[in-house]
Design a protein around this ligand. Structure first.
Ligand code: UDP
Ligand code: MG
Length: 351
């Protein structure tokens, strides 16, 4: 990644709000986007802000437009990824370079409305750490997309236990602390509120506007739903079993071994007591198949345990998190723990 263009001198005080906008072939939208963002944030006097435009390897003139914007208005900064990594990676790059206390990601295509940002910020001020936008009236051309997304949101709600109507809405607002240890992979930016809630953050949602895309093309089709479902498995696995992968692999392995054992007993009893020729039955095959799958699964579990020990011990990570600033809470974290900050004594000194 190249150094951000328009990065202010280190003497400048950090802004309150960092708006992060991944940009992929959005040349036609950038002008109006920036103008509307400025208008929205100035109208409500949200305090000092910056906007990071992250070019995700666009092939059109987006990068040039962004850099011109950053040169003309120091509140804008342009970051350029070397190639197209995807929206989530672009968002992560923006988060890594943001300096604000509050992080507000949004789309570049004007489907999200910058005019909603002040209301999100006001909601944060009520004491929340995450405010998630809810596109109550979605304006996507294909009804199938809206329907699939509705089903997906229900499923994600049920599996994660974090009740939101619209995980996929990019427009959200986070207090910086909740993003400190979050590393985004795949399509996982939509799960940040889930990670945050699991770590004890106060999460809420509020309806935001959604407009049809008028210029440029959507970058996604329905195939995204499979990625989201697979990501959800990963998120759930990380939450529940990150520190004890053997329970998953070993559990499945034991189950297979038991099933293999049952097949074996059944097979032998058929042969010994009923005199049945086993070549005609699938039981020998099932015995061998289930038995070896079981053994392999347990071995994989052992490997995963080694990997986890390497993860924690090579980096000096702890298997728990303390609440910042105090010793009153338990704050046990099962997930991939953020590195303890300076305010969190990194030893097990909990009274
Ligand atoms: N985007 C990106 N990299 C990509 C695809 C998309 O940075 O590989 C950006 C895109 O420019 C937009 C946002 O992610 O700002 C959402 O993309 P899009 O509007 O295509 O998604 P949709 O709204 O159709 O879900
Ligand atoms: Mg869009």
């Amino acid at each position: 990644m190249s150094a951000p263009i328009g990065s202010p001198s280190s003497a400048a005080p950090p802004p309150r709000v960092s708006v992060i906008i991944p940009v992929y072939n959005e040349e036609a939208n950038l002008g109006e986007l920036c103008a509307r963002l400025v208008a929205a944030l100035e109208a409500e006097a949200v305090g000092p802000w910056e906007c990071l435009l992250v070019d995700d390897g666009s092939r059109d003139g987006s990068a040039r437009r962004m850099e011109a914007q950053a040169a003309a208005d120091p509140r804008f900064r342009a970051l350029r990824l070397r190639r197209n990594y995807g929206q989530t990676a672009a968002m992560q790059a923006g988060i890594d370079h943001a300096r604000g206390e509050v992080i507000v990601p949004m789309d570049a295509d004007l489907q999200n409305d910058p005019a909603d940002i002040p209301a999100l910020l006001a909601k944060l001020d009520e004491g929340y750490e995450v405010v998630s936008g809810w596109r109550r009236e979605r304006q996507d051309k294909k009804w199938s997309r809206v329907f699939v997304s509705r089903v997906a949101n229900r499923v994600i709600s049920a599996i994660s236990g974090v009740r939101l109507h619209d995980y996929g809405c990019s427009l959200k607002a986070y207090r910086r602390e909740v993003l400190a240890g979050v590393r985004l992979y795949g399509e996982m930016h939509r799960f940040i509120p889930i990670y945050a809630a699991w770590e004890g953050a106060r999460v809420t949602e509020m309806p935001v506007q959604h407009h049809p895309r008028t210029r440029g093309q959507s970058n996604y089709g329905l195939e995204r739903i499979f990625k989201v479902i697979l990501d959800l498995f990963v998120v759930k696995f990380l939450d529940r079993y990150f520190q004890k992968p053997m329970y998953v692999f070993g559990g499945i392995g034991l189950l297979f071994m038991v099933l293999g054992g049952l097949a074996f007993v059944w097979m032998m009893s058929l042969k010994l007591f009923a005199g049945i020729q086993l070549t005609g039955t699938p039981l020998p095959l099932a015995t061998v198949f289930l038995g070896s799958l079981g053994v392999v699964s347990v071995l994989l579990g052992l490997l995963a345990e080694l990997v986890i020990r390497t993860y924690y011990e090579s980096q000096g990570k702890r298997t728990y998190l303390l609440r910042p600033g105090g010793r009153e809470g338990e704050g046990v974290a099962d997930g991939p723990a953020p590195v303890p900050g300076p305010e969190e004594p990194a030893a097990g000194t909990h009274p």
